[in-house]
Design a protein around this ligand. Sequence first.
Ligand code: C5P
Length: 210
Amino acid sequence: MVIALDGPAASGKGTLARLISEHYGFAHLDTGTLYRGVAWLVLSENADPTDPVLATNAARTFEIEKLADADIRTKEVGAAASVVAANSDVRSALLDFQRRFALKPPQNAVGAVLDGRDIGTVVCPDATVKFFVTASPKTRAHRRWLELVSGRPELQEAEIYKDLLERDARDAARDDAPMAAADDAELLDTTHLSIDAAFAAARRVIDGVF
Ligand code: C5P
């Protein structure tokens, strides 16, 4: 049983993925962590994320366990992640890990939930259930601002809004595995939904397939 959740930044897919994994006892992989980890490795060496060789080397040597103390949730790492994610060599270096996770979830879990941008289209095209989670850009920027503002009170919502739109545009426009809804994905617009309501909607779909 594999559940794929794709969608733009701060659409709610990460929270939904976590709730689904807890409810059904599935292992959860936030695949954005992998791209953020690669970007963080590059940035931590004061290197340029647009350098394809450096980014590819970082992806090939990357180990998720080594990220324990890395602050990968910043908007700078998010922006650099979407730059390294446009590099096909980086994507292919990270593909095996994701597919293995889906095929053989850790701790013998009975299923896996993966969230990202290309799970339903490229990583797990045969996923049991696919969702494409969206919300209006204003709503997403506000959510992301709420998440980040306590640590960085100087952050402006307008700046986050601009960053999100730039990142979405880059993720949707790249040639390799662009962010896209799979043809057979359920669309879930969370703009006017509470987390509980979005989770209930997702459960209805999943329970219908079980
Ligand atoms: O989901 P998150 O915001 O953590 O992802 C960071 C970046 O990683 C995205 O903007 C996207 O460029 C990249 N990504 C991707 N494919 C995935 C997951 C994330 O290209 N499956």
